[in-house]
Design a binder for this molecule. Structure first.
Ligand code: ADP
Length: 366
């Protein structure tokens, strides 16, 4: 009978709650004991009543609610080795055998680090007399299972991250609303969407709302983009369209890696084309509200698989990340997913945009 800790970390995402619910209930169904760890890695570092056994009914209502009911946080201490050691101590003191982490790129990088360092932490805690020799032997390894809770859909190893579908849904609803007023007044709108360094939300929003122009970090525009953007928008208007819609990812860059900001685009459209142009930054509305059907489904399937992965694992099994590829729930090494994701950022930094795009696409079919 394993004791399984569960935490949500980093930026919240719709679908985290359904995932927590599935982990808790599947754990109980498989005769394990689930433990909530509140406020992400902060709860791990703080210990005490931040780590609490969860009952079946504690997750009632989780399936349909947005955000994360067990809280999330950005935890500075966990970035330092001492903070992670305190986390290890708290887990051992609570008798936790396995940890489920639902979070983004950063949270899973932290989880990967924790797993790699675990034996050293245990040895150091025993040496300092903070844990007994018996505990040091009993908790020689810790199984960590990751799931990607992120609206950005920015992690390699899964076609969809938990939350991306709901965020895209919200963006489409908001842009639809903007378009109806834009059309009445023949206005141009520049809409900034989230996604950090990933253009997935922006690209899919542009396709789904019929945007005229799009900026994403992986494919910066050619140097004279201002001119070509104006030409494209004007051609649309000349053909009878009453609005112009430009979607900008929050991480959009030009070829010199300078950010492309909505206000700059607005100035270009106002001065060169004379369009009445407005900027809308959608902001946190994108991550709020109830999860879409797909995120309820994805969170539930992956949460159940996380428990199976823990029960299948041996001490030598590499920590997995649960994903979904071609409609199948998958279990892949966490380390590889993190490394592959990091390569996209490196390609952008070195201005190898073709490679960034290729890696981003490859990560979906790997
Ligand atoms: P996300 O998981 O959404 O990408 P962050 O990047 O803010 O969000 O990461 C969430 C938390 O994960 C951080 O506050 C920190 O506690 C932990 N974390 C992130 N990156 C690392 C790292 N490289 N090493 C250790 N912990 C990390």
């Amino acid at each position: 009978q394993k004791n399984i800790g569960i935490l949500t970390s980093g930026g919240d995402a719709q679908g985290m709650n359904p995932c927590v619910r599935a982990v808790v209930r599947m754990a109980i169904a498989r005769k394990c004991r689930p433990f909530f760890i509140y406020e992400g890695y902060q709860g791990l570092v703080d210990g005490g009543d931040k780590i609490k056994q969860a009952k079946w009914t504690d997750v009632s209502g989780f399936l349909t609610s947005g955000g994360t009911m067990i809280g999330t946080a950005r935890c500075k201490e966990f970035r330092e080795i001492e903070g992670r050691r305190t986390g290890v101590y708290n887990l051992i003191k609570k008798g936790i055998d396995a940890l489920v982490v639902i979070g983004g790129d950063g949270s899973l990088t932290g989880a990967d680090k924790l797993r790699a360092e675990w034996p050293d932490h245990v040895a150091a805690l025993e040496k300092d007399g903070r844990i007994s020799k018996e505990d040091a032997n009993k908790y020689r390894t810790l199984m960590i299972v990751g799931m990607v809770g992120s609206i950005d859909n920015d992690l390699a190893s899964t076609d969809m991250t938990i939350g991306a579908c709901s965020a895209l849904e919200r963006i489409c609803e908001s842009v639809d609303a903007i378009l109806s007023t834009a059309m009445s007044h023949q206005r141009a709108f520049v809409v900034e969407v989230m996604g950090r360094h990933c253009g997935w939300l922006a690209l899919n929003a542009a396709i789904s709302t019929g945007a005229d122009y799009l900026f994403i970090p992986e494919a910066p525009p050619k140097d004279d983009w201002e001119e070509s953007m104006c030409k494209t928008l004007k051609a649309s208007r000349d053909a009878g369209k009453r609005t112009s819609l430009v979607i900008v990812a929050e991480g959009a860059l030009d070829r010199n890696l300078n950010p492309i900001k909505p206000d700059y685009i607005k100035d270009i459209l106002s001065t060169r084309l004379g369009y009445d142009t407005r900027v809308t930054i959608l902001g946190h509305v994108q991550r709020g509200g109830a999860p879409a059907h797909f995120d309820r489904f994805l969170g539930t399937m992956q949460g159940a698989e996380a428990i199976e992965a823990i029960l299948r694992a041996t001490p030598d099994t590499p920590s997995p990340v649960i994903g979904m590829l071609e409609n199948k729930i998958t279990t892949q090494p966490l380390k590889e997913a993190i490394e592959l994701t990091g390569q996209v950022a490196q390609a952008i930094e070195s201005k190898d945009f073709a490679r960034a795009m290729a890696l981003r696409s490859a990560s979906f079919s790997k």
